[in-house]
Each structure stands twice: as structure tokens, then as C-alpha cells.
Design a binder for this molecule. Structure first.
Ligand SMILES: [Zn+2]
Length: 256
């Protein structure tokens, strides 16, 4: 269905469903919120309407607890000590502790099951949520091996890592093949994830052709949970980075 053929009522229902974070098809009629016979007031226009009617302001991008939070080399987590309140162990094979925020963990488990059911093969979580303190150790390890410039190309500085949000995870193939390497993108698992992660609300966060925007080299193993409505919208519109989708400046390097 083209957007032009949608009736105003249908579009309204979709906008409401999206704003509420509902999953799946929009109901034929909006849910009744009260028994009042007074007609609802007309819905105010969104602050930044997109051609598809998607409301890019529905959730905050600065709040670390928002599933839309944008973290990069120019956008540190505020506060840097942020710890997600609802971390749970994702029930999938894993190497390091598999904790993700509850919503992301459920979606991750469903994605692993679908990958196997659809013939992509087995996978494991290589790394999931990482605290500020753990990221200090990870980053310093890269610095000692590769120097600061080398570390900045491969690892986030503490307070700048998506892993601290509890919404990002590194995935590898089982049996282990090309773990945390660019060639993971050519494995059956890597190909399946690149094509299907959006169906579960995940984004391949660091694409090969957007390193100047994201500030990170191609990471076909790093997936970020952004929720179904946003993942679906980005897939449908062909926008592959959060920076471009939200009109944020490229973040190729730290400001200092
Ligand atoms: Zn990662």
C-alpha cells in the first residue's frame, strides 16, 4: 500500500500505535481509553513529520534509558556512570556475561531462534552489556596493544560505548568463524543478520560504507536494539545510521 492511498484515519492509528511502541499490525480501530462520549480532540501535528508519517521525536535520543539513545564519539552517555535498571541474562549461548535490557534480551533470543529455524546456523553472544568499569579495561587493553589512535578505531572510550546501554551486543557464528572480524559478514550467520535483524528491532550499527559517520570500522557483528518501529522505519527508508536518521552530525572522532 502506498502512503498516498492510506486514509487519514488509518494513518492516525499507525501513528498512535507507533507512539505507544506497539508491535505488529495496527488494530482496525484505536483502543477506547475512556467511556466518555466526548469526541477526542484532533491530534496535534508532530514536531518533525517525515514523509512516511513516522514521528522521530516519539522517544528521546539523549536519555541513556531510551531505546533510541544515540551514543557515539561526540555523544557521551549522560551520566557516564549510567547503569541500566532492567538487565537480564539473555537465554542464548554466550561467551561473556549475556546481560541485556529485558526488552532487548527477549528480542535477541527470538532472533537467535529465527536464525536457526531459517537455516542460518548457530550463534553465540560474544559480548553484551558492559559497565563503565569493564569498558575502562577493554579500552585500555586496546591502547596498550595499538596505541590511542588504534584503540579509538576499534573500541569506544569509557562513557561512549553502546554496550553500556544494555542495548548492544556482539554476535558470532557457532562453531566460531571470523569472530569479531570483518569476514563474519560473509558467513551465513552474518548475512542472515544483516538482512533480518530489523525484523527483531536490531540495527547493524557500524556499516562498511558509513565509517566516516559512525566513527567505527565495519563491525558486522555489532547489533544495537532500537525497537521494532524504528528498525522497521529505517529499513523501509534505507537509512542505515542513527546519525543520518536523526539528522545528527557525523562523529568520526572525539572532540578532544
Ligand atoms: Zn560491539
Amino acid at each position: 500500500m502506498s502512503s498516498r492511498s492510506r486514509s487519514p484515519a488509518f494513518v492516525c492509528v499507525v501513528v498512535v500505535a507507533t507512539a505507544l511502541g506497539l508491535v505488529g499490525c495496527a488494530p482496525e480501530t484505536a483502543p477506547t481509553r475512556s467511556s466518555s462520549a466526548t469526541p477526542a480532540a484532533p491530534q496535534a501535528p508532530t514536531a518533525s513529520p517525515s514523509p512516511t508519517g513516522f514521528d522521530k521525536t516519539a522517544l528521546p535520543i539523549d536519555d541513556p534509558a531510551s531505546i533510541w539513545v544515540v551514543v557515539n564519539k561526540l555523544r557521551a552517555l549522560q551520566p557516564s556512570s549510567y547503569v541500566p535498571a532492567d538487565l537480564i541474562a539473555t537465554p542464548v549461548p554466550h561467551l561473556n556475561p549475556p546481560h541485556l535490557r529485558s526488552e532487548a534480551a527477549s528480542a535477541m533470543a527470538a532472533m537467535f531462534a529465527a536464525a536457526k529455524a531459517e537455516g542460518a546456523g548457530g550463534m553465540q553472544l560474544q559480548s553484551a552489556s558492559r559497565s563503565y568499569g569493564v569498558q575502562v579495561n577493554v579500552y585500555n587493553g586496546y591502547v596498550s596493544r595499538s596505541g590511542e589512535d588504534g584503540a579509538d578505531a576499534q573500541s569506544a572510550r569509557p562513557g561512549h560505548s553502546e554496550h553500556q546501554t544494555g542495548l548492544a551486543a556482539d554476535i558470532s557464528a557457532l562453531p566460531l568463524t571470523c569472530a569479531l572480524a570483518a569476514c563474519f559478514g560473509q558467513t551465513p550467520q552474518g548475512r542472515w543478520l544483516a538482512a533480518n535483524a530489523y525484523r527483531f528491532g536490531f540495527l547493524l550499527r557500524y556499516p562498511a560504507d558509513k565509517t566516516a559517520i559512525t566513527g567505527y570500522m565495519y563491525e558486522p557483528w555489532h547489533f544495537r536494539y532500537i525497537g521494532l518501529p524504528l528498525a522497521t522505519e529505517m529499513h523501509a527508508t534505507g537509512v542505515t545510521t542513527l546519525e543520518e536518521f536523526f539528522g545528527l552530525p557525523p562523529a568520526p572522532d572525539y572532540s578532544s
